[in-house]
Every structure is written in C-alpha cells, then in structure tokens.
Ligand binder design. Structure first.
Ligand code: ASP
Length: 441
C-alpha cells in the first residue's frame, strides 16, 4: 500500500465546516496517512487569515502595546472551530504559553502558532498523532531549512507512526529557535514529508480545481490543466503562474513524486497532476499546456554593420549587463542586430549609464532602449510532436493585428516565447487560447 501525504491550505481549514470536509477526504482513503495543515485562512473575502492576525498581534506585543483584544480574537477563531467540531479539547494551556512568549520568542514563533494550534485541533478530530514540526523540520541558525537533517529526523520520527498530523510552515533552528518558511510555506513542509516517506503522491488540497491553462482575469473561464510536467510548471511559474510555494517543488521533483492539486470544495474533480518529466507517455496531451504572460520588460536594441564578424561582440555586451547586475532574460539576434530583453525595474534609473557603457565597449551604430515589452510564454510538451504550432501561434497573432517584437523557441521545444507590446499582452493570450484550446473544446 502506498502512502499519500496530504496538505490542506488555509481556506480548506478556515472553519469547522471546512475541517469536516477535509476530514471526510482524508478518511475516504486509507493511504492518506500523513496530514500537513496550514493555519485557518479566510472564510470570506474580507476575512483575515490567522497568520496575519498573529503577525499583527506580535507587532503590538513587541512594541510593548496592549494586545489583549487581538489575542482574544485569535482565541475565538480557534474556539469556534473546537465548538463547531464538538471536540472535547481545551487549548487554554497552549494559549497561556503563547501569550506569555509572544513578545520575546520572535515574529516567526508568533506566526507559527497558527499552524501549531490548527494541527492540534485537526489531530484530535481525526484521532491521528500530533507531531510538532519543531521536532522534525530543521533550520540553520540563519533560517535556512536543512534538507538532510530534516529528512533524517522525519524518517526517524515517522518510521513506526501509522497516522499523523504535522503542522506546516515552521520548524526549529539548531539552537532551538522556532523558524518559519516564507509565506505559503506549508506547501514546503508537505513536500518534505512526502519526500522523506517516499510517498506515492503528494496531494495539495486548496480551493480551486487545479491549475488553469491561462489567467482567469484575462481569459474567461479557462479550462484546468489535467496533467503538467515539472519542467512545464517551471516555465509557467517563471512567467507568473502562482501554483505552489517555489521551494515546495524541489524535494518531490528530485524524488520523482507526483503532486496532485485538488479542490477541498469539489473533491471529485480530478484537479491537476504534476508529473516527473519522464512519465509523460501514458497521458494524452494537448499541443499547448499553458499560456502565461508577464509585463515589465524592456528591449535593449543594438545595431552594428558587420556585427556578425566581430569576435567577442556578444561577450562584451553581456559583460556590461553582468557588471551592472542585470539579468538577461532573452537575446534574440539578427546578422547585424542584437536585442537584450531585461527586466525594466532592474534597469530603472540606470538607462543612461547602460547606454554609455555599451557605446564605450562595442561602439554600435545604433543603441536604444525600447520600453513596455511584455513576454508571452506558450508552453507545452505536446509541441514536439505537432507540426505547425509556430505557424498557428503567429497566424492567430497576425489575425488580431498584434505586432510581434521578438520570438524565442527553447531548444527543448517545450515553449515559444513571444515579445509583444504591453498593451497587446492580454489580447495575445486570448488569441492563442482561442486558437489552441477553445477551438478544440
Ligand atoms: N499560514 C502561512 C501563511 O499564511 C503558511 C501557509 O499557509 O502555507 O502564509
């Protein structure tokens, strides 16, 4: 029998009713033996996440201000959950301890209590063992999670455990201080637990039925991506898709463990399955997996007659970007032209310096900065097998009279990156969605 590690996000555990749903999901599959909860999140759109309430409370406590009523509000959120689940559980001792330590044990300690308390409640409700993440997730004293020590501790602690709840988001440093990951970090805990246990799958339960093919603020009702590889996800995340905490990918990806993004409010939906890059054969695929776009770039365009025969030209240009600490995103080129696509913010205020350094170094005939560039990534492992993909992308853009400023196709044939003017970006995403997805539905 395989082991499934299941992580539930804050909105999936925001109140007693949500916890009941999560619990029904867990109990419906005997392989779901290890549960990683977040702190209670928002119950409605204007609500405040418990983690944010704790940060605010800590702020007051550390300034020596009275935080009694803020603390009371946090207690009430948990008490409501306990009552709603009709649990015979008192967290009074824990609350007293937290209140006593709040000002002195640090901001991360304060924030971590959201998961700690929720973990206690959920463990009681499920009748699973509670395992304090401070005992199994190891940080260095400067707050960096220690992979090897963490894996060893998790394996040792969990080896004879049948069922457990391990709160997300935090651990403890070598010298005993509670530390947290950055926001959204319960995803990372879930991934570490899955890795340590060689789980058959890491289920990440949230409030959407998976990753969407395109941003729903741009495309109306986009479909869910059924299966995506880790590589494709990386391409799309780089271009702005926010799916999981960035650091949650590495542990499971290296172990070849798939992630399933699932919806607590619609558990029968298949969600999105994120699979190792080598496991793609058995899944039927569309040509395009996802379309992402990002604004905020600029193009530095250089022109010089006979550039093609000047040895070291590109190196000299790139050195200037490196010396100024500016990342080069893409570098389309012609015979006598070269463009560097870079982040506009990174260049802000230093445009003149860059232009003059470039003039000095390579003496171009023309050098100029073109602002307001957006990049569009059309990502899909299916492109490798389909002829005419590029033609379809550009025909649909041409049809909508969108001017293409740059084209870059990765050698893996996993993506096509297109540079357009920022004001054309949304229209471009919609065109490509229509051409590849709507037309096939
Ligand atoms: N509760 C933490 C946050 O709100 C961590 C998490 O939910 O993953 O960021």
């Amino acid at each position: 029998m395989g082991v499934k590690v299941v992580k539930f996000g804050g909105s999936s555990l925001a109140d007693a009713n949500q916890i009941k749903k999560a619990s029904a999901i867990i109990k419906s599959d005997a392989e779901r033996r290890f549960v990683v909860p977040s702190a209670p999140g928002k119950r409605f759109s204007d609500d405040i996440k418990v983690t944010d309430m704790l940060y605010a409370c800590y702020e007051k406590a550390s300034l020596g201000e009275n935080f009694d009523s803020d603390f009371e509000n946090i207690k009430n959120r948990y008490q409501e959950i306990i009552d709603g689940l009709a649990l015979n559980l008192s967290l009074e001792e824990e609350f007293a301890e937290i209140k006593k330590n709040l000002a002195t044990a640090g901001k991360e300690y304060a924030a971590s209590r959201g998961e700690f308390l929720n973990g206690k409640i959920i463990a009681k409700y499920l009748d699973f063992e509670f395992i304090d993440a401070a005992d199994v997730i190891v940080f260095s004293d400067d707050g960096v999670m220690q992979r090897h020590e963490t894996r060893a501790k998790l394996r040792e602690r969990l080896k004879d455990v049948e069922h457990a709840v391990i709160p997300g988001f935090y651990g403890k440093s070598v010298s005993g201080v509670v530390r947290t990951f950055s926001r959204g970090g319960s995803d990372v805990t879930g991934s570490l637990v899955a890795r340590a246990l060689h789980a058959s799958i890491y289920e990440n339960w949230t409030d959407v039925s998976g990753v969407l093919v395109a941003d729903p603020r741009v495309v109306e009702n986009p479909i869910v991506i059924p299966v995506i590889t880790y590589k494709e996800l990386r391409e799309l995340s780089y271009m702005g898709f926010s799916v999981l905490h960035e650091d949650a990918i590495f542990p499971v990806r290296t172990a070849g463990i798939p992630i399933n993004i699932k919806n607590t409010n619609a558990p029968e939906d298949a969600g999105t399955l994120i699979i190792p890059d080598s496991d793609t054969e058995e899944h039927s695929i569309r040509t395009i997996t996802g379309i992402a776009g990002k604004k905020g770039f600029c193009a530095v365009n250089l022109e010089k007659a006979m550039m093609n025969s000047e040895v070291g030209f590109v190196r000299d240009v790139l050195n200037i970007f490196a010396d100024m600490g500016i990342l080069v995103e893409h570098m389309p080129s012609g015979i006598d032209t070269l463009s560097i696509i870079a982040d506009a913010d990174a260049l802000k205020g230093r445009e003149e310096q860059l232009l003059s350094e470039l003039r000095k170094a390579v003496n171009p005939d023309v050098v100029e900065i073109e602002p307001d560039i957006a990049l569009l990534a059309v990502v899909g492992r299916g492109m490798r097998k389909t002829r005419g993909t590029a033609a379809r992308i550009f025909a649909s853009l041409a049809h909508a009279r969108i001017n293409v400023k740059m084209i870059d196709q990765g050698s893996s044939e996993l993506n096509v990156i297109v540079g357009v003017n920022e004001h054309d970006l949304h229209q471009a995403i919609r065109c490509i969605y229509d051409a590849f997805i709507s037309s096939t539905l």
